[in-house]
Structure formats: C-alpha cells, structure tokens
Design a protein around this ligand. Structure first.
Ligand code: SF4
Ligand code: SF4
Length: 429
C-alpha cells in the first residue's frame, strides 16, 4: 500500500470506529527482538472480524513482560490538538494501525491531556489500548498528601480503573531529591500492589550517574529516556542507554527526532540522506535508528497532524533495522550539519513561564531554523517579519535565571538569548 492509498484509508478509518490490532511477527523479528509475544487483546466483537484487504498497514510490535505485545511506535499526547475533530481522527487512525500506546502526563496540555485522552479513547474497550501517565515532579513545598491528591485526580480525569504504565515524571537531581523526600516511589509501589498501576517506571533527564542511582533504587518495570543519534554522545544518551541495558530495564524512547530537529538536518545534512536514499524521509532515519536498538520496546512520537502520523506508520510498518553502513551515513549527515552552532532546545516548554513573557522555545526554534536553512527573507517577507519580532524577545531577557534549573537540556537560557541577539545583529548588518 503506497502512501496515497493509506492516506485515503486513513480518512476512511477516521470515519469508522472499528480497529484491527494484529501482531506482525515478521517485523518484530526484523527489529532484532523476539516475536514470541501474544497479540494484544481483541478490541471488540465488532472489530475482531477478518482483516480486510484494504486494512491500513500495521506497525510492528515488541514483546513486553506479562505476555504483552506493545507497538513499536507510541502516541505522545504532548502535542495532541485540543480540537477533537482533529485529534479523534488521529487516534482512530493510530488505533487502526496498531498504535495503541498513549503517553500522557498530569501536566501536559495545561493539565487537560488526561481528560482529552480519556474522551478520545472512550469508544474503545479498555483492554484494547495502553494508557500511560505520570506523577509530576515534586517541589520544595510538596508533601506526601500531594501524591494522593494528584493520583486520585488523575484516575478521575482519565476515567480508568488502572493505568497500564505509570511514571515518575522528569526525574533529575532536584526532582529526585523531592521524590525521595515525599516517598513517591513507595506510594506508587503501593498503588501497583492495589492494582491501580500495572507497570511502574520513570522518565529521566540528567546524568548517567544519577540514572544508575535511580535504576538501582527500585525494581522498575521500564524507563523513558531521551534517545536519538544526535544526543548519543553530547547528551550522554548512549551511556544512559547502557545503564538501562546493563540492568535489563525495558526502554521507552522520547525525543527520537529531538524536538523536530532530526526531521530536517539542514540542506547539507539532508543532502547526505537524500543521496543515500532519495525515497526515505529524513525523519525515518532517526526513527529507524532508535527502534533498531535492542531493549527499546516503544518509540514515542508527538504526532499532531495526519501527515506525520501516516508517514510514521509507513516507517514502522515497513520497518527495516538500521545497518552498519547506514550508521556511517548518519555520521556523515551529522558532520555535514555539525558546524551550525544551534541551541539544543526540544520545545518541551518546561522553562515557561518567564516573568518577562519571553516565549523561550519559540525564540530558539526560529533561531535554529535560521541556522539550518537558507535565508528566507526574499521569498517570504511576511513570515520573516513575524519571526524577527519573535527573535526580538531575546533582547528583553534580564538574566534573572528563574528558568535555568527548569531546562532538562541544561541550556544556559540567558546565555543562549545573548547568542540569538548577537547572531541576529550580524545577520542584519
Ligand atoms: S533568565 Fe531571561 S528568559 Fe529566563 S526567566 Fe529570566 S528573563 Fe526569562
Ligand atoms: S529551553 Fe529547555 S526547557 Fe525551554 S523549551 Fe527548550 S529544552 Fe525545554
């Protein structure tokens, strides 16, 4: 099935509510992992009919503990459109292709993500999808009572009896200290024993040394880390991966595209990929890289439009593990991209709000776009004006440092703003 056929199928699927979830053992084998896991439970009597010849492609599945089989591509709800006319179609298309792992959090979409997810999944039987959410990081004022309040609120918003996957959100040195102080892990372990949590894990943004400490603190069921070829050495993601592999902790991946950067490595970087394979998208290289790593069970992607979702389904349903020769091509593309001095922002928005109302991630995103593309001024003067206005915000940073410790990427945000101002002045000379 080509992409156009699938787009048509996706539109048709969006109108219907049936799902066909099948295990694709060939592709699971291709990922280098065993394909022995059972299929996910049949979603419903009406949906368990034979797969039609026009059925959309299915992403490959990976075995997980407890006899589960999980989709290699998970749906990150972080960027889910709030407009349910759009998001319902995305969810229906995902479910029809076997993408039935939904990763959300208490804090996503301004606290509305769990409720949105519940509404979008309401028409599906509870056993046909995996619901993942997270306990937000604690702060100096947090108490153990906050854990109970938040967890009960999550159950209510999510309208579920249990969470399939539950994580301590964004563990780093400070949040880990507060998590320990309020007894977060012990609290969640008790919830697991009560049957409210089926698999307990954590998401992480810090050093491999701290990761090792956290990994040894509890017999975790899984961990969610930032993993992609770009961060492997500078962000020490490769070392983090090894910490988890050594302890046999199953790995869920976030930021496979590093906030979109790896879907566009600039003209020179993209050219290396296109010379190697004119038909492959730039993003598909990044997805294939992480999904080929042993121990990775699901790669999360925040797919906020049908085009990205369909493209990703194509990558994961016709999955080809990355080869050693292709890893050399990735290295060459990185080298071609390398000298641009970008700001390693992933658009997570954890640094907000800024008291000066600077839209920090937008400033950095636009700056990075300028770094890797040709000057668009002559072609799109209107857009350029809007972007310039956004970049102007960098000048208003007063270095109060309120945002500094909030950035998981350890970006020195005031310093980065100074870089934006300096480069923008040069550009306009
Ligand atoms: S350091 Fe700058 S960007 Fe950060 S909070 Fe203060 S004014 Fe805002
Ligand atoms: S500056 Fe840091 S915290 Fe803010 S959006 Fe970028 S990566 Fe996230």
């Amino acid at each position: 099935m080509n992409r156009r056929d699938f787009l048509q199928t996706a539109a048709a699927v969006s109108a219907a509510s049936s799902v066909n979830l099948v295990s694709t053992s060939e592709n699971a084998s291709a990922s280098g992992q065993s394909a022995s896991a059972q299929s996910v439970p049949a979603p419903s009597a009406s949906a368990s009919s034979a797969v039609s010849p026009d059925a959309p492609p299915q992403v490959f599945r990976n075995p997980f503990k407890g006899g589960l089989s999980l989709p290699s591509l998970g749906f990150g709800v972080f960027r889910m459109p709030m407009d349910t006319n759009i998001s319902q179609k995305l969810v229906d298309t995902a479910m029809a292709s076997g993408i039935n792992y939904f990763d959300t959090a208490y804090t996503y979409l301004g606290g509305k993500a769990e409720d949105l997810c519940a509404r979008l999944l309401a028409k599906y039987p509870r056993e046909s999808y995996f619901f993942a959410t997270k306990m937000p990081p604690m702060n100096p004022g947090s108490t153990p009572a906050d854990l109970t309040r938040i967890f009960d609120d999550q159950l209510q918003k999510s309208r579920v009896e249990y969470f399939d996957f539950y994580l301590c959100h964004n563990l780093q040195v400070n949040s880990w200290a507060h998590a320990k102080r309020v007894g977060m892990v012990e609290f969640l372990q008790k919830k697991k024993e009560e049957g409210k949590i089926r698999n307990l894990g954590f998401s992480f943004h810090d050093t491999p040394e701290l990761l090792a400490e956290i990994a040894d603190f509890h017999p975790w069921d899984f961990a969610l880390i930032q993993l992609n070829y770009f961060d492997w050495i500078p962000y020490r993601s490769g070392e983090q991966y090894e910490v988890l592999r050594k302890r046999n902790i199953p790995i869920c991946v976030m930021e496979p595209l590093r906030g979109g950067l790896l879907a566009n490595l600039g003209e020179k970087g993209n050219a290396v990929f296109k010379n190697a394979d004119p038909h492959a998208t730039i993003a598909s290289w990044a997805f294939r890289y992480v999904a080929s790593l042993p121990g990775v069970f699901t790669v999360l992607s925040g797919m906020d439009c049908m085009e990205h979702l369909v493209e990703n389904i194509q990558t994961f349903s016709n999955f080809k593990p990355i080869t050693d020769a292709e890893k050399k091509i990735i290295t060459a593309a990185l080298e071609a991209y390398g000298s641009t001095g970008f700001i390693p922002c992933t658009d997570c928005k954890y640094c907000l709000p800024c008291p000066l109302e600077i839209d920090i991630p937008s400033v950095f995103t636009i700056y990075n776009q300028f770094k890797r593309t040709i000057d668009i001024r002559p072609r799109f003067p209107g857009i350029r004006q809007m972007e310039l206005k956004m970049l102007e915000q960098a000048k208003t940073c007063v270095s109060c440092k309120q945002c500094l410790n909030r950035c998981p990427q350890k970006i020195n945000i005031p310093e980065a703003h100074r870089q934006v101002v300096k480069d923008e002045m040069k550009r306009n000379v």
